[in-house]
Write a protein that binds this ligand. Sequence first.
Ligand SMILES: Cc1cc2nc3c(=O)[nH]c(=O)nc-3n(C[C@H](O)[C@H](O)[C@H](O)COP(=O)(O)OP(=O)(O)OC[C@H]3O[C@@H](n4cnc5c(N)ncnc54)[C@H](O)[C@@H]3O)c2cc1C
Length: 437
Amino acid sequence: MHRHASGVLWVLLYVVIVLSPLVLMLIRPVPPGRPFIIEASIALGFVGLVMMAVQFALIARYPRMSAPFGIDVLLRYHRNIAGVALLFVILHPILLIIQNPALLAWLDPIGGTWASRTGAWAIYAFILLTLISVFRKQLRFSYEAWRFSHTFLGIAAVLFAHIHIHLAGRYTDVFWREGIIIAISLVMVGSFGFIRLVRPALVRRRPFEVAEVRPERGDVWSFSLKPQGHDGLSFMPGQYCYLKLNTPYSFDEHPFSIASSSERRDRLEFAIKELGDFTNRIGQVPPGTITYVDGPHGSFSPDLTPAPGYVFIAGGIGIGPFMSLLRSLADRGDPRPVMLFYGEKNWEITAFREELDELRKRMNLEIVYVLENPPEGWEGETGFVTEEVLRRHLPEERFHRHVFICGPNPMIDAVERALARVGFEEHQVSAERFNLV
Ligand SMILES: Cc1cc2nc3c(=O)[nH]c(=O)nc-3n(C[C@H](O)[C@H](O)[C@H](O)COP(=O)(O)OP(=O)(O)OC[C@H]3O[C@@H](n4cnc5c(N)ncnc54)[C@H](O)[C@@H]3O)c2cc1C
């Protein structure tokens, strides 16, 4: 209840902040009468700009703000609402041009006045930032290059927009109005400072060191950390952390779901699959390497979704968070039934299958393996986790259970559709996507 109440308060605060510029326009002294279309254009520009500035706060990992939603939900909102903010920003000059076509010249990035030029730069930076995010894969931008350009263009766009508003001077003639605009800028600068300086400084106080890096099946490594000079991390099974090696201030940070039991604070483990430059090197990280752990984050946890039983559906390395869920439930002696569907390419690379057999003895766990390329003589399920596979195995009391899915995006999409056809409602299903961008 407390979580819901604080979620509602944050949503209200968001709405108030986003709409605050309209107060600027309504409270006297109001500039003398102009056509409605111009005022509407300015209102849209203001609201779009504030939404863009607040985007920085949404992803700053403020603990109080992310607690009621989970940072994964905030990241998804950040991504989805960006299109609306961009639309508002673009409508700002379009309405002005409809009113007076001569103003088309204001879109010239090197012509016009400083006021129009900085406005044009802000809009182009917003557009470029969005295009790079939407077409990152097609443009072959590495994650790191995307992240750098995203941050740089975001800051540039908001700053240019503020200079534009100040120079246009239409609603900043009174000091308190300018104050509101500056406060909005500070939300952006403060959030950037929080995530780049304050959070790393906090994380630095609680370092970990690599205890062991164990090879598992299928190019997966169990990356095991032990706390250095503190009592470890308290987390809910299913949550994830950002890992940074050697320095907490590095830009090179990667999110991984915790795979170890929440009941063991002396060890923190992650199941990491080799995929690119960082993960390919994880097997060679020497024991003793100092590692900084920013987390826990996320809301993909049965601790937040109580139910009489669970269905877990894993695809490939999506098994990572489920290892934490299963290890934790077993350590807690939790009697609730769990059914795990585990899809993999073949039996040889099915990570953790020996340990899953052991877990079956310690808890009420049923496992359905689904192999794309089964070995000779395989009598289990083959292909993918489809509606038919689900119907064949889900128990009668299936709708009392909450479903968790983690795996590649296409698999999550297909399983969500299959679950809907089986009869599950959206609120009975939670998914963790490893491809946030
Ligand atoms: C919430 C969450 C939990 C995850 N849990 C696990 C897990 O338990 N085990 C596991 O093996 N993988 C997990 N991943 C994926 C893991 O973060 C990426 O595989 C890893 O960062 C790839 O980095 P790379 O340099 O090796 O590969 P690259 O080739 O650089 O990247 C491959 C893809 O991974 C993503 N990626 C790369 N760097 C980052 C980053 N810093 N932040 C976010 N995404 C990035 C991008 O989509 C990129 O296209 C998780 C991802 C998220 C978002």
